[in-house]
Write a protein that binds this ligand. Sequence first.
Ligand SMILES: Cc1cc2nc3c(=O)[nH]c(=O)nc-3n(C[C@H](O)[C@H](O)[C@H](O)COP(=O)(O)OP(=O)(O)OC[C@H]3O[C@@H](n4cnc5c(N)ncnc54)[C@H](O)[C@@H]3O)c2cc1C
Length: 479
Amino acid sequence: MERTTGSIDGNHYETVIIGAGMSGLAAGIRLAYFGKNVLILERHNAAGGLNSFYSFQGRKYDVGLHAMTNFVRSGTKGTPLGKVLRQLRLERESFDLSEQKGSRIIFPGVELQFNNDFELFESEVIRAFPHEKDNFAKLIELIRSFNEVALDNEETSARVEIAKIIKDPLLIDMILLPLMYYGSAQENDMDFSQFVVMFKSLFFEGFARPFEGVRQIIRVLLKRYKELGGQRKMKCGVKQIILDKDQVKALELDNGDTITADKVISSAGLVETLRMCSDHPTTTGNDNIGRISCMETTTVLNKEPSEFGWEDTILFFSDQAKAEYACPKNLVDPRSGVVCLPNNYQYGEGRTLEEGFLRITALANFDKWTQLPEEEYQASKKEWHQVLLDKALHLLGTKTIQDVQPHVITTDIFTPRTIKKYTGHLAGALYGAPHKTRDGRTPIKDLFICGTDQGFLGIVGAMLSGISMANLHILQPSS
Ligand SMILES: Cc1cc2nc3c(=O)[nH]c(=O)nc-3n(C[C@H](O)[C@H](O)[C@H](O)COP(=O)(O)OP(=O)(O)OC[C@H]3O[C@@H](n4cnc5c(N)ncnc54)[C@H](O)[C@@H]3O)c2cc1C
């Protein structure tokens, strides 16, 4: 039974977690499992945070989930997915994961295929870049031996480190693009530890998706949390973290109530959390607000993508040999992006999604989108949807939009404005702050960060972050 009361003296908890995203839910499960009196506070009425879903005109859309990275097959030892399942005491079958069919990285004149068997990617790199065969082997050796999760790793540039080994700039960009798109808060680069995390999670491990999408994972996490007696309050945001000197004293909620806690773990973001603290100026962390945000369009079709000849699961593309991954000058930069076809997973005999989905993600400028008056905002959404759709169809080999248009049932679009609204992330920053707090500590005693700004990204990464921070700061605080 989920505890409805059970706080120590009415409004005091051992641990309060801010946010019911993947990291907050995982931290909550871990603490509830060990009998802690834990409360999750979430500003919205839906759990999942960046990886959630919404209903629009009777249809459920996934936000976030293109692919669950870090997929490994049953029995593979020593990987993040196994650790998450073990630490949360969950059966892997409960996520109902199906593997990708296959994906591609497309640059001008060259493409690399990959799937959940690393050998394919390795052979593709050697085929397209034979002159880099030995260097690529050296890079792989370095990645395999690197401890990317050590909390005291120094921040270093992945570009600089890779360029010490790989000489062809095109190969460097082709390797980096998907990893940046799925987990870099920095423009045109990423921290080397983060690079290794992402390389392993995309290329050594791989992509999978629950048949029912992200709601399957959220449902499992909520059920587990409830079974263990964890408490949560939805539509209940934290307005202010009240400090006594440099220690958490209480939390003031959006509805004016006050609660107290021995320790607080926040998944709201590093800068966002510090700005919630009383006495902290609203300019705190101005130099650590992420600039990477995106627009995503979903086209719903009355046919399976494979009926149009589209067999890929995910495409990462760049129109230029030197890929651009930075906040664009215009509303959207269509020169690079990600195309995702959620139908193209190996769901098994007789299991097909009811409709076809084509999702396209491209980088977008938060300031420009938020400055638009409402009418222009709506018109720009439509305009950019068309630009991105044309682009995706071209990549997928469909010559004219007329082949597809009659099969379009509906479309939906989100922008950086939507990301800010539903997650609270400043500047609609997809992957939060460029500089993370890897050990989760803040300058405030008993206030810790988990999730995006602790530095483990993606669904599995965020859950692992919640688990690690709960273990480190609450369950084994002496370490
Ligand atoms: C467009 C997009 C596509 C993505 N695609 C994928 C993908 O395909 N595969 C993948 O593995 N990962 C993907 N990710 C990344 C993944 O979604 C995130 O890394 C992960 O979900 C982050 O989880 P989190 O718990 O750290 O933070 P969040 O999901 O941001 O959760 C934080 C929660 O805190 C709440 N909150 C904030 N402030 C307050 C407050 N003051 N009071 C109460 N509650 C508050 C928010 O409402 C939110 O629910 C994607 C992300 C985006 C945005």
